[in-house]
Write a protein that binds this ligand. Structure first.
Ligand code: C5P
Length: 240
């Protein structure tokens, strides 16, 4: 089941290059946003200090570093993610079943007693890849949707909790993997707003209705003249 409260379903992407900028954004969203995504840019710039800064404000972290390496290396990274106390982290499903299983098991084993283990999420087919790239460059014969469903099934068999999915993939994944599968959806755009470089977008309400547990929103909030007003509008949009 998705979290009940709208504020528990919204994850704001802190796609900034320095801790000061992340702190300034969180100041503006204080009291509204409870979950933030830290990706490779901010983590490369300032490391675990970014995670600690979010936690200090009482919010939760989705550590979006998309681990992809041999199983023992990814297990080590997943262990550190669990020790940092993030609520969710992700790995590339194309690292294979053994790699994903090692990540999920290591994160569970490293979770301190009494704490909740982080959700382990798979990245299936990057939304920047289309059918032509998948077939000609990566030599994957199936359709994008077929490959997404295949990799998500593999992730579930490996013990992962869910996957990242673009808005159009939510319904087939929900049908294929059932209600318990956690779906995390970026590419969310309020009606009439700038799609930026996202091509397969949906409104927050449509993504939530289609069955996304979590909505990842970056620029519609972080680049808005009034980020708090933008976040408030999205929370209203996904209210039952
Ligand atoms: O600014 P915007 O709302 O487009 O930000 C979406 C966030 O979700 C970015 O941090 C982007 O890296 C991330 N993301 C994505 N598509 C994926 C996986 C992650 O847009 N398939």
């Amino acid at each position: 089941m998705p979290p009940r409260e709208p504020a528990d379903r919204l994850i704001v992407a802190l796609d900034v290059d320095a801790l000061d900028a992340a702190l300034a954004l969180m100041d503006r969203l204080d009291g509204l946003v409870r979950r933030y995504k830290i990706g490779s840019q901010l983590f490369t710039a300032c490391g675990p200090a970014a995670v600690e800064a979010v936690h200090k404000r009482g919010a939760a972290v989705f550590l979006d570093l998309k681990f992809h390496d041999i199983p023992s290396t990814v297990a080590g990274a997943a262990r550190e993610a669990a020790r940092l106390g993030v609520f969710m982290f992700d790995v590339h499903a194309c690292g294979g079943r053994a790699m994903m299983q090692a990540a999920a098991e290591a994160a569970a084993a490293a979770t301190p007693p009494g704490a909740r283990r982080p959700l382990a999420i798979a990245v299936t087919v990057l939304t920047s890849l289309d059918r032509a790239a998948l077939q000609r460059e990566l030599r994957v014969a199936s359709s994008v949707e077929g490959h997404v469903l295949h990799l998500a099934g593999l992730a579930r068999a490996a013990g992962l909790d869910g996957c990242v999915a673009s808005p159009g993939e939510i319904a087939p994944l929900r049908n294929h993997l059932g209600a318990g599968w956690v779906i995390v959806t970026p590419g969310v755009r309020p009606a009439g707003s700038d799609p930026h470089d996202q091509s397969r977008v949906a409104t927050p309400a449509a993504a939530a209705r289609a069955g996304a547990h979590y909505l990842v929103v970056g620029r519609p909030i972080t680049a808005a003249p009034d980020p708090a007003a933008a976040a408030r509008a999205i929370l209203h949009d996904i209210s039952p």
